[in-house]
Design a protein around this ligand. Structure first.
Ligand code: PNW
Length: 494
């Protein structure tokens, strides 16, 4: 990677913090993001194997809003051309999407390749390039092949090897045209909600151990895939590989309370740093996690810490396995120290940090957890710059949901986007953070996991009542297109 500039890029004289008029750096990536399970549908079309989300949504129960599923979703598997129209209408320079692992490899292994799946993603990639849109591809966005879950999923080391083989297959198949790769999307969410609380697929509830074990294997899988790229493909393909990490920003509930400040460190330590410290710094977990989990485990009568350990060799393999920083940011929390006295071990308990929503912050109407705090993003970017050696950062997700029915005139939501873009300008020009791109979550309204279709994050509205699933721009789409047009260097489509 290029070495870090010692000073911030100079502020253009006409930069007045209005994103519509301001000048983002040249070559800034303007994107939108999606994920396979949330938009594709075609859950068993043309030889696709089932993923954990197919299983999870098909099981009766109250796990997903009105028992909705991604069986059809936005039907992007058949309506890709409609998505492409949206991308062109916005004038995006980049589009981030994920590959469905079990559409390509129905049982998760390279033993059998589903050519129809390969054809579909070739079509997507080629048409993006034909339209001068750079693809950013996520290998795995929550939809683990069910056959791998049947063998232990992320709790098993076998999945590390399966992921590496899958990554090798994807680099080999698509890497002649794709140069921006993300291995895993939000390992924190998979670990905490998929294997600890069990509220998301695969629905494993193993409090106190499930998150740590699954995260351990995801970190190893990411590192293995990065090395595969580095060893086998980088020279010829010249691309970049990272992992998309989500994080809140956090502030102490009482600004002058040392206990609350330490709780803030734990909140971020047990979320962003959990993955970023090993991958970007030293191959190992943050000290605050190791000491805290060890102490809590001891108190709870465990013979050793519930946090698994990396061997020295593994640490060497994990350290330095990201070519840029990919950040998903949605919200900020106030954090209070809280002693955890419950005898039931849990990751959340280990943090001894209570999350509080500041009632003065607006909340996105479609997601009760999403307090809108644009300045939190600026602080988080600065934190990443200072903590992780001034990396190049792509904001790979940021967005605001509306609840269904969602008005096409979403002026309030556009105001949130505008304020967020302003904070990014400050991060770039005042704080000197190397932000290289911004991706809105999401291109389209889609299957918002346990909220189903009730929570709408799209720049384009999707009418699920109409079998044609028409995509119609919200006001935010029109406004975002203007920002992009005003900032996009003429004749430059990098
Ligand atoms: C991200 N939470 O996930 C994902 O990458 C997207 O797939 C998703 O649609 C988007 O954020 C909006 O939610 C999250 O429960 C899933 O706090 C759950 C949470 C946060 C982010």
């Amino acid at each position: 990677m290029a070495s870090a500039p010692s000073t911030a890029p100079s502020t253009p004289a006409y930069c007045n913090w209005n994103p519509e008029d301001a000048s983002f750096p040249e070559q800034f990536a303007w994107g939108a993001s999606t994920a396979a399970y949330q938009i594709e549908g075609g859950w068993d079309a043309d030889g696709k194997g089932p993923s954990v989300w197919d299983t999870f949504t098909h099981q009766a129960g109250e796990r997903v809003f009105e028992n909705q599923t991604g069986d059809v979703a936005c039907s992007s598997y058949t309506l890709w051309e409609e998505d492409l129209k949206c991308i062109k209408q916005l004038g995006l320079t980049h589009y981030r999407f994920s590959l469905s692992w079990s559409r390509l490899l129905p049982d998760g292994t390279t033993g059998f390749v589903n050519q129809k799946g390969v054809d579909y993603y070739n079509k997507v990639i080629d048409s993006l390039l034909d339209n001068s849109v750079t693809p950013m591809v996520t290998l795995y966005h929550f939809d683990l092949p069910q056959s791998l879950e049947d063998q232990g999923g992320w709790k098993s080391h076998a999945t590390v090897e399966a992921f590496d083989a899958y990554a090798h297959f994807c680099f080999q198949t698509f890497g002649d045209r794709v140069q921006l790769w993300l291995t895993i999307n939000e390992p924190y969410i998979v670990a905490e909600l998929g294997y600890e609380q069990g509220t998301m697929a695969p629905g494993v509830k193993e409090l106190g151990t499930g998150a740590y074990l699954s995260a351990h294997n995801m970190i190893k899988a990411h590192a293995a895939a990065w090395h595969t790229y580095d060893r086998v493909f980088r020279k010829q393909q010249g691309g970049l590989v990272s992992i998309a990490l989500n994080s809140d920003w956090a502030e102490p509930f009482q600004p002058h309370s040392l206990a609350d400040q330490e709780a803030v460190n734990r909140h971020i330590g047990f979320c962003l740093d959990w993955f970023a410290t090993p991958i970007f710094l030293n191959g190992d977990y943050p000290v605050v996690m190791k000491s805290r989990i060890s102490a809590m485990s001891k108190k709870q009568g465990y013979p050793s810490s519930r946090l698994p350990e990396f061997t020295e060799e593994e640490k060497m393999t994990i350290k330095g396995t990201a070519d840029f920083f990919a950040l998903n940011y949605y919200t900020t929390r106030k954090i209070k120290h809280q002693d955890y006295l419950d005898s039931q071990p849990s990751r959340a308990g280990d943090t001894e940090a209570e999350q509080v929503m500041d009632l003065s912050w607006p909340v996105a109407t479609g997601s009760s957890w999403l307090a809108v705090v644009p300045w939190g993003l600026r602080n988080l970017l600065k934190y990443i710059k200072d903590t992780y050696n001034h990396p190049i950062i792509y904001i790979t997700e940021n967005g605001f949901s509306q609840s269904d029915p969602a008005p096409l005139d979403d002026s309030q939501r556009w105001e949130y986007f505008r304020l967020t873009l302003q904070e990014i300008l400050k991060a770039i020009y005042i704080d000197g953070v190397r932000v290289k791109g911004y991706f809105v979550w999401s291109l389209l309204d889609n299957f918002e996991w346990t909220c189903g279709y009730s929570s709408r994050f799209g720049l384009f509205h999707v009418d699920y009542e109409n079998p044609a699933l028409p995509r119609v721009p919200y006001k935010s789409a029109t406004e975002y297109a203007k920002v992009i047009a005003n900032n996009r260097p003429v004749n430059s489509h990098e």
